[in-house]
Design a protein around this ligand. Structure first.
Ligand code: IMP
Ligand code: MG
Length: 217
């Protein structure tokens, strides 16, 4: 079992200076943001290679942990779709997938903790080994609600795999078994993550351009 810890995107010696270690968004040709999509990106936080390498590591770790068990991946729509698709292709154990859609009432970039199920699972998870796949854990409120809800359906086991986590923002403790990257307290977009439903199709994780950041966030 490899048990690799989450990668940090915060350089140890420069944690006070936010943004240290980041580089400008220069994905195409190195000449600066060219497309309309890229103009939304302030800096690239995790480039495509690092993202894919870490996902392969997670896939290997999960495969070894779940060897001999029938795994059900539960994706949280919509953000986790991209991560889940790559993650499951890097896993060598058989797995099924299902999805839930939840909405939290609150401001555009903040979670209120009041959660509503918009789309429930199609299948019964009683007695199943469930791994919830999430794009990012911010306050933890959404996942904490979801975990309680799923736990009440009596799965054989229930774990979480999140691509990103912002430890500084955590308001409630959630037991996350697998984490891709710990990131600083910045609003990120790309690789499934949206700002007002846009930017999910960027192949990397970037910080939202400061000009687009809503007031007071
Ligand atoms: P939480 O309930 O505060 O943990 O919020 C989790 C949800 O908020 C995630 O599933 C995302 O949909 C959204 N979210 C939190 N931080 C970000 C971010 O930096 N960029 C995009 N979406 C985010
Ligand atoms: Mg979202």
């Amino acid at each position: 079992m490899s048990n690799t810890g989450p990668e940090s995107t915060v350089p140890a010696a420069a944690s006070a200076e936010r943004g240290a270690g980041l580089r400008p968004a220069v994905a195409f040709g190195g000449v600066g943001p060219e497309t309309e999509l890229e103009r939304g990106v302030g800096e690239v936080l995790i480039d495509e290679d690092r993202l894919q390498e870490r996902i392969r590591e997670l896939g290997r770790e999960i495969s070894s942990d779940y060897a001999g068990r029938e795994l059900l991946l539960v994706g949280v729509l919509k953000g986790a779709v991209f991560f889940m698709a790559d993650l499951m292709r890097s896993m060598s154990v058989p797995c099924e997938i299902d999805f839930m859609a939840i909405s939290s009432y609150g401001a555009a970039t903040d979670s209120s903790g009041v959660v509503r199920i918009l789309k429930d699972l199609d299948i019964n998870i009683e007695g199943r080994h469930v791994l919830v796949v999430e794009d990012i854990i911010d306050s933890g409120l959404t996942l904490s609600y979801l975990l309680r809800n799923l736990e009440s359906r009596e799965p054989a086991s229930l774990e979480i795999c999140a691509l990103l986590t912002k430890p500084e923002r955590r308001e409630i403790d959630v037991p996350v078994r697998y984490v891709g990257f710990e990131i600083p307290n910045r609003f990120v977009i790309g690789y499934g993550l949206d700002f007002a439903e846009r930017y999910r199709n960027l192949p990397y994780v970037g910080v939202l351009h400061p000009d687009l950041m809503p007031e007071g966030v």
